[in-house]
Write a new protein. Structure first.
Length: 402
């Protein structure tokens, strides 16, 4: 296979993004990735045989339009490839004749054509939505008091109680072991999304159609398709979840957030990504995760590593992963965490207001809390170990500095 690719590898040396977007092999390998093509590009990047920035920029163009090629008919695909080949030929002829600014403008125009062509086909194939993408599914307008399961036709099923167990199967959905009919997409090519909304003071367990299990914490919204694509599984998360992803060869599982996306095959990890929080993080428990941030080099995580993004600045550090997933078992462990951060998590978990004196908010605390206790009991326990005072004023819990 190295012999087969030897000439191909040479032509990507110092290849700009505009030129990559005109290359048949590059476009095909990004739309229909295989282990062979992924290994090919990984080798070129590792050896410096392709410019990292150019490669990432070209990939970003392809991924941003989120083409679902399996719903494009053969005639459309053939026409698209012919147009790309024609522009490739024109581009090569012009490059031989001149090496001026006109070269750059021509290459940029051709790249724009390719992106426009993909957007054109996407608009025709993905429900006519020019935005497309799971991250653009609109959240419900009203704030939920109970756990809500929002189905395809905007039908909402409220689920009472502090915890819910929801599981998707071949024939329908089970909500707390009660069977509910599974809503199908109206058209063959329509992508049907459901949403799980978990408000303050509530939690849920969700089993997706591919047997991936998810623990969903309070104040969290999860968007996911009723049926996964055969080549890519994708969900969107605003909040905190722990995932145990079912392994599927050649079918990556992608979790999107407001600031980054994580791609895995079979892995368990904890994700905290509230849209309104400056800091978002992912802690890997087992397996491996590749994180895409859009404008930076991909980050590969090993177990017991945490990726953190704060206002666009990212870092990776070694942690004890069990501390970050204990919440799903009703235990909250923390080490050198600010009191402000601890109280914010407790307020979400219990669904109750906690007011903290700014002078106490920056205190660093370490400990372990039993979330099965009443909130007042938990706060009294913190007050015994930290230099703070706690009092309950009607329905508001107040923390002050000693």
């Amino acid at each position: 296979m190295n012999i087969l690719y030897s000439d191909t590898e040479k032509r990507y040396k110092s290849c700009p993004a505009e030129e990559l977007l005109q290359d048949d092999f590059f476009i095909s390998s990004r739309i229909h990735p295989t282990e062979m093509t992924e290994a090919f590009w990984h080798r070129l990047l590792k050896n410096g045989d392709v410019d990292m920035e150019s490669y990432r920029l070209a990939c970003h163009f392809i991924e941003s339009v989120q083409v679902r090629s399996e719903v494009i008919c053969e005639e459309e695909k053939e026409a698209l490839w012919k147009k790309i080949e024609l522009h490739n030929q024109q581009f090569r002829e012009k490059r031989r004749k001149r090496h001026t600014l006109f070269y750059f403008l021509t290459a940029t125009s051709v790249a724009a054509f390719v992106v426009f062509a993909f957007l054109f086909f996407q608009d025709r194939t993905v429900g006519g939505d020019p935005l497309g993408g799971i991250e653009n599914v609109k959240a419900p307008d009203t704030e939920a008091e109970h756990i809500q399961l929002v189905l395809t036709e905007n039908e909402t099923i409220p689920v009472e109680g502090e915890e819910a167990e929801i599981a998707y199967g071949d024939s329908g959905i089970k909500i707390n072991r009660q069977a509910t009919e599974l809503k199908k997409a109206a058209a063959k090519n329509e992508i049907a999304y459901n949403q799980l909304i978990v408000p303050k003071g509530k939690r849920s367990r969700l089993t997706l159609a591919d047997s991936t299990r998810m623990w969903v914490n309070a104040c969290t919204r999860v968007v996911y398709p009723v049926a996964f694509d055969k080549k890519r599984r994708e969900i969107y998360v605003d909040g905190e979840v722990y995932l145990d992803v079912a392994h599927r060869d050649h079918c990556p599982f992608v979790v999107k957030t407001k600031t980054f996306s994580a791609e895995v095959l079979g892995t368990s990890f904890n994700l905290t990504a509230y849209e309104n929080d400056r800091e978002q993080n992912l802690v890997l428990v087992s397996g491996n995760v590749r994180i895409h941030t859009g404008d930076r080099k991909d980050v590969l995580l090993a177990p017991n590593e945490m990726f953190t993004s704060v206002d666009g600045a990212t870092q990776v550090q070694t942690v004890h992963a069990e501390d970050y997933i204990s919440w799903k078992s009703g235990i909250y462990q923390y080490e050198s965490e600010t009191l402000k951060g601890i109280l914010k998590r407790l307020s979400r978990y219990y669904g109750q207001e906690i007011v903290c004196d700014p002078r106490a908010a920056g205190l660093k605390c370490s400990g372990k809390l039993d979330l099965k206790d009443e909130l007042s009991t938990v706060l009294e326990g913190i007050a015994l170990t930290a230099p703070i005072r706690y009092k309950n004023d009607y329905e508001t819990h107040i923390i002050t500095n000693k």
